[in-house]
Design a protein around this ligand. Structure first.
Ligand code: ADP
Length: 341
């Protein structure tokens, strides 16, 4: 693997102006320079990322350009994480394809799952076992989205020990044999996610969702040769400050709590992305979100962050905040290793 593959990669995607922005008379303030992978906000200093996508980019272009080839790493035994960050309504769910309903132009998850099973189908030398889990972190409480039980009985613990590292006992893991089974699980789990209406997006998701696909690969010629790889697909909650959504009451409290998780994530990213910081202390333990993402940021994973932004002047502050966050994330160095028994 090239050294470059150990850095967290960042893809920034700009969505088209939304209806609510058009009706407010919003102007576009973002320019994209595709040949330099640069984004300019309001004619100021450009940000440079690994990939930038303008509002015209299709789901297919997006996937083929920044995800498709990296899926191959799973079959060599590397863990991968793809996480989407951005304010509510910026395109995280659209780009990830988390709210899969079986129709329309799909995002990253259905495409990645399809490529995984195509690879498995074409490889006769290996016995594959594929398991799926789907969890939701909401106000720092972890829920199992696949247990089939009432929500108050779906709460999971996060444990940490030296042997297993961070792990989640009793989490439902479903063994699957086809892409359709995974998509059915995704669709069932997504339907159970906590959502509430806000000004920005009536389908807004205020929780973090993590779909994990674990692939175990055993060589048929040499059964002692077993590799495993985990693909974490993470749809983070909206990164906006609560006042922007106009949220009140419980929704406001949720905003505060969600931002605590994202704030710690920001601290972790700052710490890891600061080349001058010689301290080895990274505050992963300050939130459940960062405990769960420990390997994905600075650890054993090949990681892609998808940073989603609105093009509108109305969302200028959130857009800049997302781009700064993403700019720090791209400096993080991970240490992916082949997971072999
Ligand atoms: P988030 O998950 O960040 O809250 P969504 O993914 O739900 O945001 O996107 C908000 C709205 O914008 C949805 O109606 C979605 O279909 C649309 N949208 C987002 N990104 C794009 C894009 N790149 N192209 C076209 N429509 C988009």
């Amino acid at each position: 693997m090239s050294i470059d593959a150990t850095s967290v990669k960042v893809a920034v995607r700009i969505r088209p102006l939304a209806d609510y922005e058009i009706s407010k008379g919003c102007k576009t303030i973002i320019d994209v320079i595709p040949e330099n992978e640069q984004i300019i906000v309001n004619n100021t200093k450009p940000f440079t990322f690994n990939y930038v996508f303008d509002a015209q980019s299709t789901q297919e272009e997006f996937y083929n350009c920044c995800v498709k080839d990296t899926i191959e790493n799973l079959f060599q035994g590397y863990n991968m994480t793809i996480l989407a960050y951005g304010q509510t309504g910026s395109g995280k769910t659209y780009s990830m394809g988390t709210a899969y309903k079986g129709e329309g132009d799909t995002g990253v998850i259905p495409r990645a799952i399809s490529d995984i099973f195509n690879h498995i189908q074409d490889n006769f030398a290996i016995d594959f076992t594929v398991q799926v889990s789907f969890i939701e972190l909401y106000q720092e409480v972890l829920y199992d989205l696949l247990s089939g039980k009432p929500r108050d009985q779906c709460v999971l613990d996060i444990r940490e020990d030296t042997q297993k590292g961070i792990h989640i006992p009793n989490m439902t893991e479903i063994q699957v044999t086809s892409a359709n089974e995974v998509l059915e699980i995704l669709s069932r789990g997504s339907a159970g996610r906590a959502t509430a209406s806000t000004n920005m997006n009536s389908q807004s998701s205020r929780s973090h969702a993590i779909l994990t696909v674990t692939i175990t690969m055993q060589s048929k010629d040499d059964p002692a040769n077993i590799k495993t790889a985990k693909l974490h697909l993470v749809d983070l909650a909206g990164s906006e400050r609560p006042k922007k959504t106009g949220a009140v009451g419980n929704t406001f409290k949720e905003g505060v709590n969600i931002n605590k998780g994202l704030m710690v994530l920001g601290n972790v990213i700052s710490c890891l992305g600061d080349e001058k910081n010689k301290s080895t202390f990274v505050p992963y333990r300050d939130s459940n979100l960062t405990r769960l993402l420990k390997d994905s940021l600075g650890g054993n994973s090949i990681t892609l962050m998808i940073a989603c932004v609105s093009p509108a002047d109305y969302n200028h502050d959130e857009t800049l905040s997302t781009l700064r966050y993403a700019d720090r994330a791209k400096k993080i160095k991970n240490k992916p290793v082949v997971n072999q028994d």
